[in-house]
Write a protein that binds this ligand. Structure first.
Ligand code: ZN
Length: 155
């Protein structure tokens, strides 16, 4: 973990690169109210503003089910799911023969801890961006793709 000041310095440099000129998507940032406020200040300084803050809304039981069934190859990083996309041989990566395992941060206990951190630190951003008129909440359990919902809003 790095300080917010360092993160904002990196953000400021990165957002000024050529590939950000026609737009960008920040994934997993901001994670806290202080970061959201710092981002707002930075964008005002750059003469820009956000189009939307996207909340990808998935119930806790669905998150637990999706993550606890995920398996990742220790060697090549390929991702499987024991229910929806299993390896041909249990625990063996189809692509490289490495071990397809459950990551330590994807056990039920670890995910519950991560969700608690989310509820304490990140969930308040929903109210923050709602007040800013920027919140786009997407139901990620429906069959409509998340991308479609975002494009419908932003174009
Ligand atoms: Zn592999």
């Amino acid at each position: 973990l790095v300080s917010d000041d360092l993160i904002m310095g990196i953000m400021e440099e990165r957002l000024q690169e050529d590939d950000c000129k026609s737009g960008y998507l920040l994934d997993g940032f901001p994670r806290t109210i202080p970061q959201a406020e710092a981002l707002k200040t930075l964008l005002e300084k750059m003469g820009e503003k956000l189009d939307a803050a996207v909340e990808i809304d998935v119930p806790k039981d669905v998150i637990l089910d999706r993550l606890t069934t995920r398996r990742t190859c220790e060697d090549c990083g390929a991702i499987y799911n024991v229910k929806s996309n299993p390896t041909k041989v249990d625990g063996v990566c189809d692509k490289c023969g490495g071990a397809a395992v459950q990551r330590e941060d994807e056990t039920e206990e670890a995910i519950s801890n991560r969700l608690n951190v989310y509820n304490d630190q990140t969930a308040p951003l929903v109210g923050f961006y709602k007040e800013e008129g920027l919140l786009l909440s997407v139901d990620a359990t429906s069959s409509q793709s998340v991308l479609d919902a975002i494009q419908a809003r932003i174009g």
